[in-house]
Design a protein around this ligand. Structure first.
Ligand code: GLY
Length: 590
């Protein structure tokens, strides 16, 4: 195989406009190795070859976190145990992306029972939130960062409760011990990575608005620098509380009170989160959304995420086309992938939201006949000129207006396989880089509520993903486990806003259709089309496809496409792991 290793309507317009705001940017260099474990992993990544192992593997966004997870797995911990250790460290060393102040979705494949299930740890809107949350006094949507920075955008965090629930369900290790690496690093200090330093410098003005965030990220008025030792004693104290008394301590008592005071007291843009909202938070177990693809079952996260349904639709629509024969350098293959994605995104914008609040045609959207009808639209020679949502089967009237939510997340992905045959795929976020920019108890609070549509209605027709009290905003996070004969074959996910969906679908196609190993599949240049514009990855071999795609009728834009894919493939020869060269992550296994 040549070359390719290396690096509807209103929603279309609104989402294209959203693209003008820069999400968390790409990093060109990785972090220094922490020890021999991460040095070997970084060598493999630099050489573009997967890490191999037999018993267990962890692939995550930062070497400190990967090593913490590896230590837990090497000591006989489960993937759920390792996730707790990884998440606790990520909240320290990659605070812009995820942490105790955010939310997450987790897929779990159980080695013993063979069951796959999901945990929904998504943030919730306060009970006092309503349809005008993101409208100004004239009833017009707020500008994105006017909504984000401050207390208004903060939902009840779900990550601490998710960590506790996963450990209670599937853990074997002592809960308190899982925080020891994170507490040590927070107290003794960790080396600021190039990525964290670059992102703090780029966001200095917004981070400087909250005095607590300012004194942590901009001590003496200067952004923390790459290579600097940074301590976070407040975070260590919070972790000690959680380690000793459980994650419930974030939802009631001193920490909850501090969060609420911070949100309600945010200068210029307060929110309405209350202690009651905090105390009512619940993690929800939900069935996965599974779609057949070339002899595999691709299982993902259902509503309130759009990830599983949209990845599932893209793959379902592509099932009838011989992508393997076409190959990754074929403009025809990318015409099909791009337009399958546009069709899936049109359905996403119309129908997908928190299914506990609005009826969502989950089965209908990935039902074989429906996807075959949508796939028939792709049987042509050029790009689709118009893309409209379809009409999936459903026993409910579906009169929704299209959504215009803007998603520019920070976010991080955790893939873990343990020695008991369990597989865990978890995408975790505080939404935009540094979330609401409010810092309390050593961590940043999310701005997840801006994942709702800012408008509640359009021409009198309600938007499914509108703000409602206690509702969870629609997500694009797509933690995925691909099964073959009922056993995990690929564990994968990524950050990247609504482009997450394209990154994950591409990686699955590259691995299954194009036979790439997991590192090649992750590294393969991105081409993503959600709303009409074909985004082609800057500085990559994909640029060669720009002109052929234009000739097919696509509007093409070259840009940085900042995924953070972490993937583990499981096969007869054991485990192979890949980490995204666009960020600082690594895979470690044994
Ligand atoms: N805020 C990122 C996502 O949930 O898609």
């Amino acid at each position: 195989m040549a070359v390719w290793a290396g690096a509807a309507g209103l929603p279309a317009r609104a989402q294209e406009a959203a693209d003008a705001v820069v999400p968390e940017a790409a990093t060109e260099t990785g972090q220094q190795a922490i020890s021999g474990m991460s040095a070997a992993a970084q060598e493999a990544k630099a050489a573009g070859v997967p890490v191999t192992a037999q018993d267990w593997m962890v692939a995550v966004a930062n070497p400190y976190a990967a090593e913490a997870g590896a230590r837990v797995l090497a000591a006989g911990g489960t993937a759920a145990d390792a996730m707790v250790a990884v998440q606790a460290v990520l909240g320290l060393v990659e605070p812009q992306s995820s942490g105790l102040g955010g939310g997450a979705f987790l897929l779990w494949h159980d080695g013993e029972s063979g069951e796959t299930t999901t945990l929904d740890g998504r943030e919730k809107a306060p009970l006092s939130a309503g349809p005008t949350l993101f409208l100004d006094q004239d009833g017009q949507p707020l500008k994105f960062f006017d909504a984000v920075v401050g207390g208004r955008s903060v939902g009840v965090p779900g990550t601490p409760a998710l960590m506790q629930t996963a450990h209670a369900r599937w853990g074997r290790s002592d809960w308190a011990g899982l925080f020891s690496d994170a507490i040590r690093l927070a107290e003794e200090g960790f080396i600021v990575s190039p990525r964290l330093a670059m992102l703090v410098a780029a966001d200095a003005e917004r981070l400087g608005r909250d005095p607590v965030a300012r004194s942590y990220f901009l001590p003496d008025g200067h952004p923390v620098a790459e290579g600097q030792l940074l301590r976070n004693p407040e975070y260590a104290a919070t972790l000690r509380t959680i380690a000793g008394q459980g994650a419930r301590q974030v939802y009631v008592g001193r920490i909850a009170k501090a969060i609420v005071e911070k949100v309600q007291g945010a200068e210029g843009n307060p929110g309405r989160l209350s202690e009651l909202d905090m105390s009512l938070y619940d993690v929800i177990e939900r069935a996965p959304v599974c779609v057949p693809y070339r002899g595999h079952e691709v299982c993902g996260m259902g509503p309130p995420s759009s990830g599983g349904l949209t990845v599932g639709q893209i793959l379902g629509l592509l099932s009838d086309f011989d992508l393997a024969e076409m190959g990754p350098e074929s403009a025809e293959a990318w015409r099909l992938i791009g337009d399958a994605s546009r069709l899936a995104f049109a359905d996403r914008g119309r129908y997908m939201a928190d299914s506990d609040f609005v009826p969502v045609p989950v089965k209908g959207l990935v039902e074989a006949d429906y996807m075959a009808r949508r796939a028939a639209l792709l049987r042509r020679d050029t790009a689709l000129s118009e893309v409209e949502p379809g009409e999936p089967e459903f026993d409910h009237a579906l009169n929704w207006a299209d959504d215009d939510a803007i998603e520019l997340p920070s976010t991080s992905h955790i893939s873990i396989v343990d020695s008991y045959g369990n597989a865990l795929s978890m995408t975790t976020t505080i939404e935009n880089a540094f979330g609401s920019r409010l810092m309390v108890a050593g961590f940043l609070l999310n701005n997840e509520l801006t994942d709702f549509s800012f408008r509640s209605h359009r021409d009198g027709v309600p938007v499914a993903n509108r703000v409602e009290p206690g509702k969870r905003p629609r997500s694009s996070m797509a933690p995925t486990i691909v099964l073959k004969d009922g056993e995990p074959a690929l564990v994968v996910g990524s950050p990247g806003g609504s482009r997450i969906i394209g990154y994950v679908a591409k990686t699955i196609v590259a691995h299954i259709d194009w036979g790439m190993d997991v590192q090649q599949a992750v590294t393969l240049p991105h081409l993503v089309n959600r709303f009409g514009t074909y985004d082609v990855e800057e500085g990559s071999a994909a640029a060669a496809l720009g002109e052929p795609l234009k000739a097919l009728g696509f509007n093409v834009e070259t840009r940085a496409l900042n995924s953070g894919l972490h993937a583990i493939a499981l096969g007869e020869d054991g485990l192979t792991g890949g980490a995204d060269p666009r960020r600082e992550g690594i895979a470690i296994g044994e």
